[in-house]
Write a protein that binds this ligand. Sequence first.
Ligand code: ADP
Length: 487
Amino acid sequence: MKIAFAASECVPFVKTGGLADVVGSLPKALAALGHEVCVFLPLYQSIAVDEHDLHALDTLRGLAVRIGDQAVTFDVWAGPLPDSDVAVFLIDCPAYFHRPYVYSNDADEAERFILFQHGVLHTMQHLAWAPDVLHGHDWQAGLLPVFLRHPYAWDRLFTETATLYTIHNIGYQGRFHEAAVYTAGLSYEHYHPGGPFEFHDSFCFMKTGVVYADAVSTVSPTYAREIQTPEGGAGLDGVLRTRSADLHGILNGIDPTIWHPVHDALLPTNYDARTLDLKAENKKALLAEVGLPFDERTPVVGIIARFTGQKGFELLQPILADVLQQRRVQFVVLGSGEDHLERFFQWAADAFPERVAVYLGYNDRLSHLIEAGADLFLMPSAYEPCGLNQMYSLTYGTLPLVRRTGGLADTVRDYHAHRDAGNGFSFDDFTPYALYTTLNRALEVFEDLAAWRALQLRGMAEDFSWDVSAQKYAALYAQLAARKRTG
Ligand code: ADP
């Protein structure tokens, strides 16, 4: 089958979160199953075209698209997704994408991704190539299904193209002023209260994707259930319930060429389950790098995250000082985001200089070193569509401590509840107390070398590769394509 991905992030070109890991690895797993896969991305200023072997396509220069009243032109670049047969096409429109950030609150944010989505379909038209399934990701690709049903419906090239729309995070819905309906080249006939485009007086790209796609998916079975509830649906639960027959939860996988302690090129010392003692070398290197003293018997808790409300660090705020005063434990924190959380972690590092180290910013190499060097990995998320770091942690013999929500509930089994089958620690209540007791419980288990080792080995023996999930996507694509062909 021919599959085209359209997304705003893809490793190794551009990454702000887990979406990039998925878009950089699922296509490779699908190609390995024999499918023809390509990926469409915006060509951001930050993408170093030489480094990634990207080139402008001579026949696809100066393509014109109407964005509202303006005629906007773009070029198309192409190149390979490393270590694969997957082709990547990049929509190059400097007026929109040559900015020092990927996402923005700029007045033309809607236009940027409207141009991107028209760019995807225009490129296909110029190549006279259409996929069996066009697979769009998150709000930045939410308009593709309605584009195929309305402004591009005349083009027989797309007659047999089915659409799948994947929600990676319902907290980011792409909501814009209704004027963006016109900018997108769509009809106001579908913009009215409760209509397919409208959500709380705005034009909502994610809702539009949910309404018009042939099927909708999200990135774990538990999250697929949660987003259909008022608590988890961020207002879109009603419309998602109307699609429940076509709503699938498929767990993300991880790319073992990038995230496996035996292959990981960013680690000072590689190891696997048989050489697990070598993990301590990474702990030593991590602590040296962040300037904390090393003691093998002092557990290190790792944190890597975007600092937003979603990630649940408000639970840590009231208890961290107590934990540090009562327990022998160190924290290594990597992330950036909301001011108050940056200030909280910075305060902790200043108040406990031997126990807490914080790196504010984005650092890919340090993220690998934390996964390998920490003993515990903390994700007390309020909600977590899938979460990748807990799967990386399990693979690296670093025990995840998570709140039981979304993909965290699907991948982490609490040691307390499943003594002989647990692979980490989890709690239900979104309260500081629940986090506090679970953290204390984990720190006590750390004292028991044999129990800890057994937990580590259980996690490391699990298979989080894309194999199983890629087959689920392939089966879904086949079903959607067949449905399209038979009308
Ligand atoms: P989300 O997509 O909500 O950010 P995920 O757990 O699905 O959460 O994926 C986050 C990805 O981004 C992981 O690969 C994680 O290592 C990475 N990441 C997050 N923050 C940073 C950071 N400050 N530096 C390096 N990598 C980061």
